[in-house]
Ligand binder design. Structure first.
Ligand code: ADP
Ligand code: MG
Length: 327
């Protein structure tokens, strides 16, 4: 039975390029020096996702984000954010987007609270009568309520990053864009940011975050896009991306070097030994035979398993090389 089209049009949960929170078509940026930083990017970020924009250093993440936020003009192609063309609709779009790009600009001599007050005062749509409450709520949100009176220069890097996030959270946002929000943080600081991102997402905010760290994207994101040298390699739900790759074979044995040799003979690629663990890309044959060959060669096999494919496996399968974090 056909639905009236007016009803269909209003349904909020349908997922298409029309109501994607971010959608780009052929988005390209060539810098004046001739560097092709972003090359024909078609990106679709579904509403309600935690979207990981993954790529090694220099792969074009920040350049893309700066185009999305209307900070620089694309050389060609187009970008829509919250359904509106950027940079043309910056004035209507940006107040609904919280952004943290390449570290927040803070005044070290001001307290965290006073820094936020300045940010809020710079927003012409922010009612001055409710400023104090907004600032207090944002500090509380990022766990800086107790440290709000401290000078920003006395903050740790993690606290500075959280203060930058608080600035992005002064207003209710439909979209948060975070460029490498955990860059330079220690493991504890990274965990705090991840927890915060999850909380924000559970409130319904779409979060778009870039990272050069695979496992970080895997831990927090529902969707991801993988960039290399300005080009999009793949995008989609994280579970689907990983499922597209075969998992790794892992053998646990006290005879690791013998096991490595036998696995190579059996056609396994990319064999790696770490202590009593030997991992490899599994060969295209019955793994029962591979196991039998190990045993026949006198390898004492304690564990033999095909591990679930990770996003890293998917990346290696796509590029034929490891994920180079050094860039
Ligand atoms: N303002 C600029 N002028 C010229 N080249 C730039 C500029 N900014 C970045 N690039 C170059 O563009 C490429 C992509 O950089 P960037 O977008 O910063 O990547 P990422 O954020 O993934 O590390 C790099 O090769 C970088 O050197
Ligand atoms: Mg960057």
């Amino acid at each position: 039975m056909a639905e009236p089209s007016a009803v269909r049009a209003r349904r909020p949960d349908r997922e298409s390029a029309d109501d994607a929170v971010i959608a780009t078509r052929g988005l390209t940026k060539r810098y004046r020096g001739g560097q092709l930083a972003v090359d024909g990017l078609d990106l679709t970020v579904p509403a309600g996702s935690v979207f990981g924009f993954l790529g090694p250093n220099g792969s074009g993440k920040t350049t893309t984000i700066r185009m999305l936020m209307g900070l620089i003009e694309p050389t060609s192609g187009s970008a829509r954010v919250l359904g509106q063309p950027m940079p043309r609709a910056s004035r209507t779009v940006l107040p609904r987007v919280g952004a943290l790009i390449e570290g927040p600009a803070l005044y070290g001599f001001l307290s965290g609270r006073d820094n936020l007050t300045r940010y809020d005062a710079a927003d012409p749509t922010a009612d001055p009568r409710t400023r104090r409450e907004r600032v207090a709520a944002a500090l509380d949100r990022v766990g800086l309520a107790a440290a709000g009176g401290k000078k920003a220069k006395a903050y740790s890097l993690g606290m500075k990053q959280r203060l930058g996030l608080a600035a992005a959270l002064l207003q209710p946002r439909r979209l948060l864009v975070l460029d490498e929000p955990t860059n330079g943080l220690d493991p504890q600081g990274m965990r705090e940011i991840r927890t915060l991102v999850r909380e924000l997402a559970s409130d319904g905010t779409t979060v778009f975050l870039s990272s050069h760290l695979l496992d970080e994207i895997e831990q927090v994101c529902t969707h991801a896009a993988v960039m290399a040298q300005g080009r999009l390699l793949t995008q989609g739900a994280v579970a689907d991306l990983a499922a597209g790759a075969r998992g790794r074979l892992a053998v646990t044995t006290p005879d690791a070097s013998d096991a490595a040799r036998v696995l190579k003979e059996q056609g396994a690629a990319d064999v790696a030994v770490a202590g009593d663990r030997v991992t490899a890309e599994p060969p295209e044959r019955d793994l029962a035979e591979v196991n039998a060959a190990l045993v026949a060669a006198g390898v004492r096999v304690r564990g033999f398993a095909l591990e679930r494919a990770s996003l890293e496996d998917a990346f290696v399968a796509l590029t034929g090389e490891g994920f180079d974090v050094a860039g």
